[in-house]
Design a protein around this ligand. Sequence first.
Ligand SMILES: N[C@@H](CCC(=O)N[C@@H](CS)C(=O)NCC(=O)O)C(=O)O
Length: 245
Amino acid sequence: MIELHYVATANGLKVAIMLAELGLPYRVVNYDLFGGQHLTAEFRRINPNSKLPAIIDMAPADGGEPLPVFESGAVLMYLAEKTGRFLPTAPRDRAVAQQWLLWQMAGLGPMHGQAHHFVRYAPEKIDYAVTRYTREARRLLNVLDYRLSEARFLAGDEYSIADMAAWPWAGGAALIGIDIAEFPSLARWHAEVGARPAVAAALAGKETGVPPEYMQERAQLTAEQWANTFGDRMHAAASSHRADA
Ligand SMILES: N[C@@H](CCC(=O)N[C@@H](CS)C(=O)NCC(=O)O)C(=O)O
Protein backbone atom coordinates (compact mmCIF):
# COMPACT_ATOMS: atom_id res chain seq x y z
CA MET A 1 0.00 0.00 0.00
CA ILE A 2 1.28 3.44 -0.99
CA GLU A 3 0.13 6.60 0.76
CA LEU A 4 0.13 9.53 -1.68
CA HIS A 5 0.45 12.99 -0.11
CA TYR A 6 -1.12 15.03 -2.80
CA VAL A 7 -2.31 18.17 -4.41
CA ALA A 8 -3.56 18.12 -7.99
CA THR A 9 -0.87 20.33 -9.50
CA ALA A 10 1.44 19.29 -12.35
CA ASN A 11 3.95 17.74 -9.94
CA GLY A 12 1.23 15.86 -8.10
CA LEU A 13 -0.39 14.60 -11.28
CA LYS A 14 2.82 12.91 -12.41
CA VAL A 15 2.64 10.57 -9.44
CA ALA A 16 -1.14 10.07 -9.68
CA ILE A 17 -0.60 9.05 -13.33
CA MET A 18 2.14 6.57 -12.37
CA LEU A 19 0.05 5.01 -9.62
CA ALA A 20 -2.91 4.69 -12.00
CA GLU A 21 -0.66 3.13 -14.66
CA LEU A 22 0.69 0.64 -12.14
CA GLY A 23 -2.69 -0.27 -10.71
CA LEU A 24 -1.09 -0.40 -7.25
CA PRO A 25 -3.37 0.05 -4.25
CA TYR A 26 -2.92 3.54 -2.85
CA ARG A 27 -4.56 5.95 -0.48
CA VAL A 28 -4.64 9.69 -1.18
CA VAL A 29 -4.04 12.26 1.55
CA ASN A 30 -5.14 15.56 0.01
CA TYR A 31 -3.67 18.90 1.12
CA ASP A 32 -5.08 22.38 0.78
CA LEU A 33 -1.93 24.32 -0.15
CA PHE A 34 -3.58 27.71 0.00
CA GLY A 35 -4.85 26.78 3.46
CA GLY A 36 -1.29 25.90 4.54
CA GLN A 37 -2.01 22.25 5.37
CA HIS A 38 1.46 21.28 4.12
CA LEU A 39 3.22 23.48 6.69
CA THR A 40 2.96 21.14 9.67
CA ALA A 41 5.80 19.44 11.58
CA GLU A 42 4.13 16.12 10.79
CA PHE A 43 4.33 16.63 7.02
CA ARG A 44 7.89 17.94 7.34
CA ARG A 45 8.92 14.54 8.68
CA ILE A 46 7.67 13.10 5.37
CA ASN A 47 9.14 15.86 3.21
CA PRO A 48 11.72 18.16 4.87
CA ASN A 49 11.16 20.55 1.94
CA SER A 50 7.44 20.92 2.86
CA LYS A 51 6.26 20.54 -0.75
CA LEU A 52 3.92 18.15 -2.50
CA PRO A 53 3.80 15.45 -3.73
CA ALA A 54 5.39 12.81 -1.51
CA ILE A 55 4.63 9.18 -0.90
CA ILE A 56 5.04 6.74 1.96
CA ASP A 57 5.63 3.15 0.94
CA MET A 58 3.98 1.20 3.74
CA ALA A 59 5.51 -2.08 2.53
CA PRO A 60 9.02 -1.38 1.22
CA ALA A 61 10.92 -4.23 -0.42
CA ASP A 62 13.39 -4.54 2.48
CA GLY A 63 10.53 -5.33 4.85
CA GLY A 64 11.59 -2.39 7.02
CA GLU A 65 9.58 0.48 8.41
CA PRO A 66 7.41 2.65 6.11
CA LEU A 67 9.59 4.64 3.69
CA PRO A 68 8.78 8.24 2.80
CA VAL A 69 10.01 9.54 -0.58
CA PHE A 70 9.77 13.16 -1.75
CA GLU A 71 10.61 15.02 -5.02
CA SER A 72 8.25 13.89 -7.78
CA GLY A 73 11.10 12.64 -10.01
CA ALA A 74 12.55 10.55 -7.19
CA VAL A 75 9.08 9.21 -6.43
CA LEU A 76 8.62 8.16 -10.08
CA MET A 77 12.02 6.44 -10.09
CA TYR A 78 11.29 4.73 -6.78
CA LEU A 79 7.98 3.35 -8.03
CA ALA A 80 9.53 2.31 -11.37
CA GLU A 81 12.30 0.45 -9.57
CA LYS A 82 9.92 -1.12 -7.05
CA THR A 83 7.70 -2.53 -9.80
CA GLY A 84 10.17 -2.94 -12.69
CA ARG A 85 7.87 -0.89 -14.94
CA PHE A 86 7.99 2.31 -17.01
CA LEU A 87 11.79 2.69 -16.88
CA PRO A 88 13.67 0.80 -19.59
CA THR A 89 16.17 -1.78 -18.37
CA ALA A 90 18.69 -1.71 -21.24
CA PRO A 91 21.45 0.70 -20.10
CA ARG A 92 21.28 2.89 -23.22
CA ASP A 93 17.49 3.28 -23.09
CA ARG A 94 17.54 3.76 -19.34
CA ALA A 95 20.09 6.58 -19.68
CA VAL A 96 17.88 8.29 -22.26
CA ALA A 97 14.78 7.98 -20.06
CA GLN A 98 16.65 9.28 -17.02
CA GLN A 99 18.11 12.25 -18.87
CA TRP A 100 14.64 13.38 -20.00
CA LEU A 101 13.24 12.82 -16.53
CA LEU A 102 16.00 14.96 -15.00
CA TRP A 103 15.61 17.55 -17.76
CA GLN A 104 11.96 17.83 -16.75
CA MET A 105 12.84 18.10 -13.06
CA ALA A 106 15.65 20.63 -13.50
CA GLY A 107 14.39 22.63 -16.48
CA LEU A 108 10.83 22.27 -17.74
CA GLY A 109 9.20 22.13 -14.28
CA PRO A 110 11.11 24.93 -12.52
CA MET A 111 11.06 27.33 -15.50
CA HIS A 112 7.39 26.76 -16.26
CA GLY A 113 6.75 27.08 -12.53
CA GLN A 114 8.31 30.55 -12.56
CA ALA A 115 6.29 31.48 -15.65
CA HIS A 116 3.08 30.37 -13.88
CA HIS A 117 4.12 32.40 -10.85
CA PHE A 118 4.74 35.66 -12.69
CA VAL A 119 1.83 35.30 -15.14
CA ARG A 120 -0.81 33.96 -12.74
CA TYR A 121 0.13 34.57 -9.11
CA ALA A 122 2.35 37.66 -8.83
CA PRO A 123 0.33 40.46 -7.21
CA GLU A 124 1.91 42.97 -9.61
CA LYS A 125 2.69 42.47 -13.27
CA ILE A 126 6.46 42.60 -13.78
CA ASP A 127 7.06 42.71 -17.53
CA TYR A 128 10.69 41.65 -17.36
CA ALA A 129 9.91 38.51 -15.34
CA VAL A 130 6.88 37.58 -17.45
CA THR A 131 8.93 37.91 -20.64
CA ARG A 132 11.99 36.13 -19.25
CA TYR A 133 10.08 33.08 -18.02
CA THR A 134 7.47 32.73 -20.76
CA ARG A 135 10.25 32.90 -23.37
CA GLU A 136 12.19 30.24 -21.50
CA ALA A 137 9.00 28.16 -21.14
CA ARG A 138 8.48 28.38 -24.89
CA ARG A 139 12.13 27.48 -25.57
CA LEU A 140 11.78 24.34 -23.46
CA LEU A 141 8.59 23.36 -25.32
CA ASN A 142 10.58 23.68 -28.53
CA VAL A 143 13.19 21.29 -27.05
CA LEU A 144 10.38 18.86 -26.25
CA ASP A 145 8.92 19.27 -29.74
CA TYR A 146 12.33 18.56 -31.31
CA ARG A 147 12.82 15.39 -29.27
CA LEU A 148 9.30 14.21 -30.09
CA SER A 149 9.87 14.88 -33.78
CA GLU A 150 12.49 12.12 -33.72
CA ALA A 151 10.97 9.69 -31.19
CA ARG A 152 7.47 8.53 -30.31
CA PHE A 153 8.09 8.98 -26.57
CA LEU A 154 10.80 10.80 -24.64
CA ALA A 155 12.78 7.62 -23.97
CA GLY A 156 12.30 6.35 -27.54
CA ASP A 157 9.74 3.71 -28.47
CA GLU A 158 8.68 3.03 -24.90
CA TYR A 159 6.32 5.13 -22.80
CA SER A 160 8.12 5.83 -19.51
CA ILE A 161 8.20 7.92 -16.35
CA ALA A 162 9.90 10.67 -18.41
CA ASP A 163 6.63 11.12 -20.33
CA MET A 164 4.59 11.06 -17.12
CA ALA A 165 6.80 13.80 -15.69
CA ALA A 166 6.67 16.12 -18.70
CA TRP A 167 3.04 15.60 -19.73
CA PRO A 168 1.24 17.63 -17.02
CA TRP A 169 3.64 20.56 -17.43
CA ALA A 170 3.24 20.62 -21.22
CA GLY A 171 -0.55 20.62 -20.85
CA GLY A 172 -0.40 23.44 -18.32
CA ALA A 173 1.23 25.76 -20.88
CA ALA A 174 -2.25 26.99 -21.88
CA LEU A 175 -2.47 28.73 -18.50
CA ILE A 176 0.60 30.83 -19.32
CA GLY A 177 -0.79 31.75 -22.72
CA ILE A 178 1.02 29.16 -24.84
CA ASP A 179 -0.98 26.93 -27.19
CA ILE A 180 0.82 23.61 -27.64
CA ALA A 181 -0.82 23.26 -31.07
CA GLU A 182 2.09 25.53 -32.12
CA PHE A 183 4.39 22.53 -31.58
CA PRO A 184 3.19 19.72 -33.90
CA SER A 185 5.23 16.79 -32.54
CA LEU A 186 4.63 17.82 -28.96
CA ALA A 187 0.88 18.12 -29.68
CA ARG A 188 0.86 14.62 -31.27
CA TRP A 189 2.57 13.14 -28.19
CA HIS A 190 0.38 15.12 -25.79
CA ALA A 191 -2.77 13.69 -27.42
CA GLU A 192 -1.40 10.14 -27.45
CA VAL A 193 -0.37 10.18 -23.79
CA GLY A 194 -3.58 11.99 -22.81
CA ALA A 195 -5.65 9.22 -24.40
CA ARG A 196 -4.19 6.60 -22.04
CA PRO A 197 -6.91 5.41 -19.63
CA ALA A 198 -4.59 5.84 -16.63
CA VAL A 199 -3.90 9.47 -17.51
CA ALA A 200 -7.62 10.18 -17.92
CA ALA A 201 -8.30 8.41 -14.62
CA ALA A 202 -5.68 10.49 -12.76
CA LEU A 203 -7.02 13.73 -14.24
CA ALA A 204 -10.63 13.00 -13.44
CA GLY A 205 -10.34 10.87 -10.30
CA LYS A 206 -12.49 11.70 -7.28
CA GLU A 207 -9.41 12.32 -5.13
CA THR A 208 -6.85 13.20 -7.78
CA GLY A 209 -8.84 15.36 -10.22
CA VAL A 210 -7.83 18.99 -10.73
CA PRO A 211 -10.15 21.43 -8.93
CA PRO A 212 -11.11 24.61 -10.86
CA GLU A 213 -9.24 26.91 -8.44
CA TYR A 214 -5.94 25.49 -9.71
CA MET A 215 -6.92 26.33 -13.27
CA GLN A 216 -7.44 30.07 -12.85
CA GLU A 217 -5.63 32.19 -15.38
CA ARG A 218 -5.24 34.89 -12.77
CA ALA A 219 -5.29 33.54 -9.22
CA GLN A 220 -7.03 35.62 -6.56
CA LEU A 221 -5.41 34.88 -3.19
CA THR A 222 -6.21 36.32 0.21
CA ALA A 223 -3.29 37.61 2.31
CA GLU A 224 -3.42 34.43 4.35
CA GLN A 225 -3.39 32.17 1.29
CA TRP A 226 -0.46 34.16 -0.06
CA ALA A 227 1.49 33.74 3.20
CA ASN A 228 0.86 29.97 3.10
CA THR A 229 2.11 29.42 -0.41
CA PHE A 230 4.62 32.15 -1.26
CA GLY A 231 5.07 34.28 1.84
CA ASP A 232 6.03 34.33 5.51
CA ARG A 233 4.29 31.15 6.67
CA MET A 234 5.82 29.05 3.90
CA HIS A 235 9.32 30.46 4.64
CA ALA A 236 8.92 30.11 8.40
CA ALA A 237 8.23 26.37 7.95
CA ALA A 238 11.83 25.87 6.75
CA SER A 239 13.37 27.20 9.97
CA SER A 240 10.74 25.84 12.34
CA HIS A 241 13.16 23.20 13.70
CA ARG A 242 15.35 25.87 15.34
CA ALA A 243 14.56 27.42 18.68
CA ASP A 244 15.72 30.86 17.43
CA ALA A 245 13.32 30.77 14.44
N1 LIG B 1 10.66 19.70 -7.23
C1 LIG B 1 9.49 19.42 -6.43
C2 LIG B 1 8.56 20.60 -6.49
C3 LIG B 1 7.43 20.45 -5.50
C4 LIG B 1 6.58 21.70 -5.42
O1 LIG B 1 7.03 22.85 -5.62
N2 LIG B 1 5.30 21.49 -5.11
C5 LIG B 1 4.37 22.57 -5.02
C6 LIG B 1 3.07 22.14 -5.64
S1 LIG B 1 3.32 21.73 -7.33
C7 LIG B 1 4.12 22.89 -3.55
O2 LIG B 1 4.05 22.00 -2.73
N3 LIG B 1 3.97 24.17 -3.23
C8 LIG B 1 3.65 24.58 -1.91
C9 LIG B 1 4.55 25.65 -1.39
O3 LIG B 1 5.47 26.06 -2.11
O4 LIG B 1 4.35 26.08 -0.26
C10 LIG B 1 8.83 18.14 -6.96
O5 LIG B 1 8.87 17.94 -8.16
O6 LIG B 1 8.29 17.37 -6.15
